[in-house]
Design a protein around this ligand. Structure first.
Ligand code: ADP
Length: 634
């Protein structure tokens, strides 16, 4: 059949354009990416052959060959992995853009505008994979054939608009990638160069990476060319080695290899579990979230091996989905090798392993918090919101996660006062509570200043009570999911009824009687705009405030939900009046003297609108408020 020409998907065209024209340094990663693809492909066929040995019959000596050819100016990367047929090659190398591609393009544009040289790290984070070959090649040929005696296929492209595919004959299973090297990249044809790149980036690859080099020899006056095959990588499963024999650099290289990150990890966790479940785990916490973190599909999590055979890296097999930023390997000798990926979810042994790994992660984070606070802060700033979201989904581990939370409060040092802004844990908050304080006070707002200057803080300031400041978008759902900690209830200082200053029943009744007309005047004037009007127990200097109902979402959440295009439920406000405030006292006497005085309704409206604004809420008719002001001045 003849050759077919096809267009790349738009995002891929844009991405290749960037790869070819904007990335000048660290071009050598093309090799890491292609070797990693080859190793994945071998892993796949090897896994499938566990249940169907015929798949690899006669060709189970797995290896990845790297063959430079200086005459032809090509480097061939050849594997005997699962291969691709015409349909899958078109899909994989041309029409399907991975989830990270769009984000990659966006980030590159921004980096360019900012004139940063951040491009390399981006490549690392997105793992643009196969397409990185266009950094060094002006033309790429892929010849592939899948396992079951199917037709071979050839794919060719120069990485611009389009690619071609056609049927070809290929003898063996697997994929050959032939890179036609650019003039300015000829150095990569040198054996010593390739050797050092493979050693550096792919030493841990499970299968032998064999470098083919040629040597010219003179024998009896005749020139002869001799081919030399050399296995470059140690293939050592680093996780099986003893901790004290592994250098930090080795851990870091392995981390980069599995994560496609360019930075070193923030934390390495390597241990060997003994007892009822024996397994080795090597886990890494990255310094940063990958750029495509919030995109769900195609995510890879911790890799599961059984006796060094790769089984799966589906993200939720080992750690819960919210911890998918943790990379690494778990290798067990207790699991059956031929278990299907679907069955894994129910496997009891695996369930135990998952539990053990998760406890270890929590324990390490706790130790980090206690002993390496600066590092923990780095971790917290990057991943704190993710732990919080974990509380909303992982009911079983809610308490352990809550132990790890950090908060700023109205007492902690302010961020602008120190580089490492200070945080407290919930346990520390409780520890510092005065004896008569019963609840954990918090307020959700856009900023710490908004909390500190809000009318709700007045009594708390006077009493010296500490209030947790919550400014993360997830805090609202966190508080819905975590009603209490160690027996102490959480209490939003801007919602529901609050009794900071204790009053006797008679005092209360007396006050209510005195202000009865005032309260009903406000309620009548404001009508349906308020759910209730009542006397406040939380104010000192402000005349009034609006509070939400207990358990109701706050203003912050409403804004977020609107931004996300979600429908919001109408939130109801309660207006609280401060009977000790001069302005409120004046109103009270005026209402008693002449409730029909038209100016009183205007006052009531102004107080309500002002209280709404102080609460970070929108007011119904801002224009009318301005007119009211003007007429009062007149
Ligand atoms: P990634 O490997 O991160 O998924 P790539 O762009 O590098 O992304 O590759 C896209 C897809 O092409 C792979 O997911 C895989 O299905 C297929 N592929 C790439 N290289 C090979 C190979 N050597 N053998 C078989 N399939 C491959």
């Amino acid at each position: 059949m003849s050759e077919e020409r096809m267009e790349f998907k738009t995002e891929l065209k844009q991405m290749m354009d960037i790869i070819i024209h904007s990335l000048y340094s660290h071009k050598e990663i093309f090799l890491r990416e292609l070797i990693s693809n080859a190793s994945d492909a071998i892993g796949k066929i090897r896994f499938d052959s566990l249940t169907d040995t015929s798949l690899t019959e006669g060709d189970d000596d797995f290896k990845i060959k790297i063959i430079p050819d200086k005459e032809a100016n090509t480097i061939t990367i050849s594997d005997n992995g699962c291969g691709m047929n015409k349909e899958t090659i078109i899909e994989n190398l041309g029409t399907i853009a991975r989830s990270g591609t769009k984000a990659f393009i966006e980030q590159m544009k921004q980096a360019k505008q900012a004139q940063q040289n951040g491009s390399v790290d981006l490549i690392g984070q997105f793992g643009v994979g196969f397409y990185s070959s266009f950094m060094v090649a002006e033309k790429v040929e892929v010849i592939s054939k899948p396992a079951k005696g199917e037709q071979g296929v050839r794919w060719i492209s120069s990485g611009e608009e389009s690619f071609t595919v056609e049927d070809v004959e290929k003898d063996s299973r697997g994929t050959d990638i032939i890179l036609h090297i650019r003039e300015e990249c000829k150095e990569y044809l040198e054996g010593w160069q390739l050797r050092s790149i493979i050693k550096k980036f792919s030493d841990f690859v499970e299968y032998p990476v064999v470098l083919f080099t040629t040597l010219e020899k003179e024998e009896d006056g005749e020139k002869k060319i001799e081919t030399n095959e050399e296995v470059i990588n140690s293939q050592q499963a680093i996780w099986l080695r003893a901790r004290n024999e592994i250098k930090d650099e080795e851990y870091a290289e392995f981390y980069k290899h599995i994560s496609h990150d360019f930075n070193d990890p923030l934390k390495t966790i390597h241990y060997s579990a003994e007892g009822s479940q024996e397994f080795k785990a090597l886990l890494f916490i990255p310094k940063q979230k990958p750029m495509d973190f919030f995109m769900r599909d195609g995510k890879r999590g911790v890799q599961l091996y059984v006796n060094r055979v790769f089984i799966t890296d589906e993200c939720d097999k080992i750690l819960p989905p919210y911890l998918e930023f943790i990379k690494g390997v778990v290798d067990s000798s207790d699991l059956p090798l031929n278990v299907s990926r679907e069955m894994l979810q129910e496997d009891r042994q695996l369930l135990k392993i998952r539990k053990a790994v998760l406890s270890k992660v929590f324990a390490e984070l706790t130790t980090m918090h206690e002993k390496e606070y600066e590092n923990y802060l780095k971790f917290w700033k990057e991943f704190g919101p993710i732990l919080k979201s974990g509380i909303t989904t992982d009911y079983e581990n809610k308490d352990k996660l809550a132990d790890l939370l950090l908060f700023q409060s109205t007492r902690t040092e302010k961020p602008e006062e120190s580089d490492n802004s200070d945080y407290i844990t919930l346990a520390q908050y409780i520890e510092a509570m005065p004896e008569e304080q019963e609840e954990i006070y918090y307020m959700i707002a856009e900023s710490r200043a908004m909390v500190e200057n809000s009318p709700y803080m007045e009594q708390f300031k006077a009493k010296g009570y500490e209030v947790l400041v919550m400014t993360d978008p997830v805090d609202e759902i966190l508080m819905q999911a975590l009603p209490e900690y160690k027996g102490k209830k959480f209490k939003a200082i801007d919602r529901g009824e609050l009794e900071v200053e204790k009053e006797t029943e008679t005092e209360k009744e007396q006050k209510e009687k005195e202000n009865k007309d005032l309260v009903s005047f406000f309620k009548e004037t404001l009508g349906d705009d308020v759910k209730e009007v009542r006397l406040s127990n939380r104010l000192k200097e402000s005349p009034a405030c609006v509070v939400g109902l207990e358990g109701q979402y706050g203003a912050q959440m409403e804004r977020l939900m609107k931004e996300m295009g979600a429908d919001t439920i109408k939130r109801e406000a309660v207006l609280e009046l401060n009977p000790e405030h001069e302005a409120i006292k004046t109103m009270r006497s005026k209402i008693e003297a002449n409730p029909k005085d038209a100016v009183l309704a205007e006052y009531a409206r102004l107080i309500f609108d002002g209280a709404m604004i102080a609460a970070g809420e929108k007011i119904k008719d801002p224009g009318a408020m301005l007119k009211r002001f003007a007429s009062l001045i007149n």
